[in-house]
Design a protein around this ligand. Structure first.
Ligand SMILES: [Zn+2]
Length: 218
């Protein structure tokens, strides 16, 4: 998870959110299990703004997502807060597992978790990594709740993160071999940039890679 800066509400929501919300709340009076229409809350105009904010990554696990994999998550789910079904500040770009497997708000409230869109949020104050395994930093309760809510420690994510670590290790090893061949010279600026690129916010699992680079003094 990395800090995200939410832009202005998409034009489609500025125009339609109040009307869509009123109609949805009317439908719920007839059917309490009614869902908001995906064609509305995941309108292309909403997705475009979420992609601008997230760089095609899941807001929670930092998995890189092709467009068909991108879901729009209600940060506080509509079952608990239907009046926020089309509230821009409640819509987060997400992968399918983080969206569908997250613990409900009544069980693990978002207020007890790290919110990537909160102003001044510092996810690395609460989350750290032991290789590919995510952990709460210094037993942070917010860190623990975040891992629990979005299941950030499940094996699929461990596997995806270990693949990125392997790619990084391969690049680092190749560079170190070149350093040896060249008589043990320092890293060149270009080599340093190749390694640092792994931690840029647009790349998958960039928080994990930022911590890895810090440990390597890169
Ligand atoms: Zn995710």
């Amino acid at each position: 998870m990395v800090p995200l800066e939410r832009g202005e509400a998409p034009a489609i929501l500025v125009r339609k959110a109040a009307d869509w919300t009123a109609r949805y709340l009317e439908r719920r009076k007839l059917d309490a299990s009614a869902r908001p229409l995906p064609s509305q809350y995941r309108h292309e105009g909403v997705l475009v703004e979420l992609r601008r904010m997230n760089g095609n990554k899941c807001s929670y696990c930092e998995r890189l997502l092709a467009e068909p994999e991108q879901e729009v998550d209600h940060h506080v789910e509509v079952a608990e807060c239907p009046e926020r079904a089309f509230d821009w500040s409640n819509l987060y770009l997400s992968c399918a597992p983080c969206n569908s497997q997250k613990a409900p708000n009544r069980q693990v409230p978002v207020a007890a978790c790290v919110d990537p869109c909160a102003p001044g949020v510092q996810p690395d104050a609460h989350l750290t990594f032991d290789d590919e395994r995510i952990e709460a930093r210094n037993a942070s309760t917010h860190g623990r709740s975040t891992i629990q809510k979005y299941r950030l420690d499940w094996q699929d994510l461990d596997l995806a993160r270990s693949k990125i670590l392997n790619t990084f290790a391969f690049a680092l090893d190749a560079i170190r071999q070149r350093q040896l061949v060249d008589g043990g010279r320092d890293l060149s600026d270009e080599e340093r940039e190749i390694l640092r690129a792994f931690a840029t916010p647009a790349r998958p699992f960039s928080l994990m890679m930022k911590l890895r680079l810090t440990r390597l003094s890169l």
